[in-house]
Design a protein around this ligand. Structure first.
Ligand code: ATP
Ligand code: MEV
Ligand code: MG
Length: 461
């Protein structure tokens, strides 16, 4: 580790970039194969990235870039010399991209040579790094750094999240969005000058860069997680696989913000069983390559579930809006629960469930509290239980008791964590100025104390 001294004055003011996690309601995995999927932001579970000028150099007078990712116990700093070779290559890549039909780097696919060079840089500067969490996070950080502002030094990036990591709630997408936003703010590129307004043009750029970050972590993401972390709310999303269709539409995916999205009673349960989205997505691909005639119809069926789910959710919203009749609402909720069950069954057929997730599915069926499906990549992580319409005429005291028993069993017997949270809300956000006391507390506190969360969240408008 270099011996660090203090030197010149800061070049920018500290700021925070933040982005939410997400819940996939219908269509994980099939989304990768071009089927429509529905997801919503969980704006209470977010990642926060504080960026401060470091004013430091190492003993050889080299400027540095520092990363502090305490959630995964990972700190590192690179000198300008460490980064030089990749930075030179990336600068050429950026300039070449501007001369292609795609016009700029965020429209290009992951560059294998740059990814390989970063792999070598990590091998050289972190020779003992066998931790997959560290490796994926460092690759995402450095790749976005090189393609957005490869000349930047003297900056420290402190990232903290109240999202469970690797649990299906889109932690990787939320960090990719925060990093993209931060590097765009620090870049001199004229295209990012309006970054504070976070208008739709800026968000489109953040969405594209964060998809590249997701590729560093996942391999072949559909783009749904980073889209929700960027735009917030609830979205109907479809990756366009056919290049000619992409060209016709002028985009690589179709996305509709769902303004008619109802509040649905639900519980998120984190089994805390670790999993890796990259591995699960690649295992599904192995099944698909082996038996496309079996798995393609399964993906298509999931696409139909999404469309039917969209229609049902919209009808529930309309009924709520009209203070509509209870019988109709109960029928629509039952339709929704049926779709949740089928979706989970199809995901199980792709071998992405886990006995720990099946326990939640079985318990919710046994106690008749609602329907459960895994959410995100599965293999552990989180389940989403959409609850029966408690409070309507068919649900009395027994239903409430069963609900209480459901939660108690999950927490006390299975030792799972549960989240009762609303869906939708604010996507990516940038706080350009912060009180000095918050900057200091953010850096020194363990985790994210409520004083910091209250301060930052009160400024997200
Ligand atoms: N708070 C964090 N600090 C550092 N790295 C993080 C953090 N959150 C996520 N990551 C990175 O993201 C990776 C987890 O991404 P992964 O896609 O496997 O899970 P997820 O995004 O939580 O779930 P899903 O993709 O199913 O929604 C970790 O290995 C780590 O590299
Ligand atoms: C499993 C997956 O469908 C969702 C992960 O949250 C992968 C993706 O769409 O990128
Ligand atoms: Mg992820």
């Amino acid at each position: 580790m270099p011996n660090i001294q203090m030197t010149q004055d800061s070049a920018f003011s500290p700021f925070v970039a933040t982005a939410p996690g997400k819940v996939i309601i219908f269509g994980e995995h099939s989304a990768v194969y071009g089927q429509p999927a529905i997801a919503a932001a969980v704006s209470t579970l977010r990642t926060y990235l504080l960026v401060v000028p470091t004013k430091r150099q190492d003993t050889h007078n080299s400027e540095i870039v520092e990363l502090s990712f305490p959630d995964i116990k990972f700190d590192h700093e690179w000198t300008k010399e460490d980064l030089q070779e990749c930075a030179n290559y990336a600068s050429k890549l950026i300039s070449n991209a501007s001369q292609t039909a795609q016009k700029s780097i965020e429209n290009m696919d992951l560059d294998d040579t740059l990814a390989k060079m970063i792999g070598e840089l990590l091998h050289k500067t972190l020779p003992d790094c066998t931790n997959q969490l560290h490796h994926a996070a460092a690759l995402c950080f450095l790749y976005l750094y090189f393609i957005i502002c490869p000349k930047l030094t003297n900056a420290k990036f402190i990232l903290k999240s109240n999202l469970p990591i690797g649990a299906g709630l889109g932690s990787s997408a939320s960090i990719s969005v925060c990093l993209s936003l931060a590097f765009m703010k620090l870049s001199n590129d004229a295209r990012f000058q309006n970054i504070h307004t976070l208008n739709s043009e800026v968000k489109d750029l953040v969405n594209k860069f964060s998809l590249i970050g997701e590729k560093c972590i996942h391999g072949t993401p559909s783009g749904i997680d980073n889209a929700v972390a960027t735009y917030g709310n609830a979205v109907l999303f479809q990756k366009l696989l056919d290049p000619s269709e992409q060209q016709r539409a002028g985009v690589t995916n179709k996305m509709e913000i769902l303004n008619e999205f109802p509040e649905i009673p639900m519980i998120l349960t984190n089994t805390k069983i670790p999993k890796s989205t990259k591995t699960l997505v690649s295992n599904v691909n192995i099944l698909f390559q082996k038996n496309p005639l079996i798995f393609d119809p399964i993906f298509q069926a999931m696409g139909h579930i999404t469309n039917k789910g969209h229609e049902t959710l919209t009808n529930i919203y309309k009924l709520n809006d009209e203070n509509g009749n209870v019988k109709k609402k109960t029928k629509l909720m039952n339709d929704l629960l049926e779709l949740v069950k089928v979706n989970h069954g199809l995901l199980t057929s792709m071998n992405v469930s886990h006995p720990g997730l099946e326990k939640i599915v079985n318990l919710s069926t046994e106690l008749q509290v609602g329907a459960t499906k895994l959410t995100g990549a599965g293999g552990g992580g989180c389940a989403l239980t959409i609850l029966n319409d408690v409070g309507n005429e068919t649900n009395g005291k027994e239903a409430l008791e069963n609900m209480a028993l459901f939660e108690k069993t999950l927490i006390d017997d299975y030792k799972y964590d549960i989240y009762r949270t609303g869906l939708g809300g604010k996507g990516a956000y940038l706080l350009p100025s912060l009180d000095q006391s918050i900057i200091e507390e953010f850096q020194s506190a363990d985790g994210l104390p409520s004083s910091i969360l209250n301060y930052i969240n009160s400024k997200i408008v």
